[in-house]
Design a protein around this ligand. Sequence first.
Ligand SMILES: [Zn+2]
Length: 522
Amino acid sequence: MAPERKTWSFRPRWRIRGLLHTQSPLFVGSGDTFEHPEIKKDDGTRAEVQAFTRAGNTPFIPGTTLKGYLRNRIWQLAQDNKEVEKLVKALFGKGPGKEANRNQGQGGKARFHDALLISRRVEPTPLPCWNPETQTFIEAHNCLDRVTKTVAEKMLFYQETVPAGVGFAVEITGKFGPEDTLAEKEVALLLASLEWFSGKAEEEGLSLGADTATGKGRLLWELEEVSVIEESDVKGWLATPRSRPFYRELYRPIGPDREKGLLSAGRALLRPGPKENITIPVVIRFDSHFLVNDPPSPPEAEKKKKDLESEIADHRPLRDEQGQAVLPASSVRGALRSQAERIIRTLGGKACHPGTPGACRSTVPRRDYKDLCPACRAFGAPGWRSPVRISNFRLVESRGETTQELLAIDRFTGGGKHGAKFNVQAVYQPVFKGEVEIELGRLAQVEANDPPGEGNWVLGLLALLLRDLKEGDITFGFGASKGYGSCTAEIGCWDDEGFRKKARTGLDNFRKMVQKQGGDDG
Ligand SMILES: [Zn+2]
């Protein structure tokens, strides 16, 4: 008896291609270190520099890094969504496990290729130890002691970093399916998750690589092309015995219309519930000096030590890619969160101190929600993504920059330099413009965790914070004791009746929630 012939089931091959542009410096470590002639320790010996992953002179983001990152992010959202959970397992294979292993790229249908740097930075590039060959510079980092706010001098470390303005070529391939509809969903999920690297990705958790809390690793995703090899393509190929093209050349772009269809399907998978967001434009006007500090790089500090008349300031503004002073999203988030903590404590509620041992954590996303304090619920905690999104604030107006000579006797620098003179370069009366956005879809998820009808409390808390910002109760940046950083604000939708109504109910619910939480503990 002849054995039954196995039927050949064809699974289409898909390929997603695009570019990840860096919008801020990015560090992805290879685990190796090297020495650089210009990077020295205090005693004059060469310091070690942590190396970026490179193939020869070409930096790359390992496919495993990208894969592990996207998998974890989708997984966080997928906790109660059986359909997405199933797709994640099929695409990415089994979970990466508890230990930080390097096998995240193994298993699953999606193959993430290493993303090589192919789009180079436009010169000139005024960055410390810039190497045009490798497109990297060397960034110095301080380990800032969170409690005393002093820089531990012995804890300086250096990283080989790619700057903003370079592009990495991303390629993801795979045989998806078998059923056509499933294949489409798998590709859709990948496309939608890549969109997280979007213009609003400056928030913690949406950036790749190291040190993302300080705005590093912001990437912008640009989809180039989705292409596919389907059964008919292969049959046609097999039927052409002579002059067969290479298999890879069979990839056929699906076209922008089908791409759009897949994208919206993917978005629907990832963001169930209402999709409308409330976007609040905010204009912040500073009364006098303003400074978010960008400390001098080690070679600059070295130069300054030798030449006391050097023009390099000890404290100078953090700037964006165009050289304009910037009020980064992380500073705004930090200031709003601190104010939120004060409000919650004033109302008798509990708010943790992030970064300290007692701070909230959510190891199982969403399921640990009840253990988070209200400040963490609104502004995020490890394992819990905030429903409040904040943009970088761009400079729209200023009255120039000034340099002030000061005496280092107070908390301006946080320690050291007793009696020493130092200078501070700051922007005078700048005006910054940005956005605060509440994800209603995310709020709906919060609501599912709160008693029915009380979920919109985040909006209420935000309304309180925006009022304080408007009235000048929140300061930004360095030197509040020197009168730096005080400001008032204009809030875009403040007088909008619809917004005010929603905010009022939200506020009642916020008060109830905080008082109930305080009562439970007391
Ligand atoms: Zn907390």
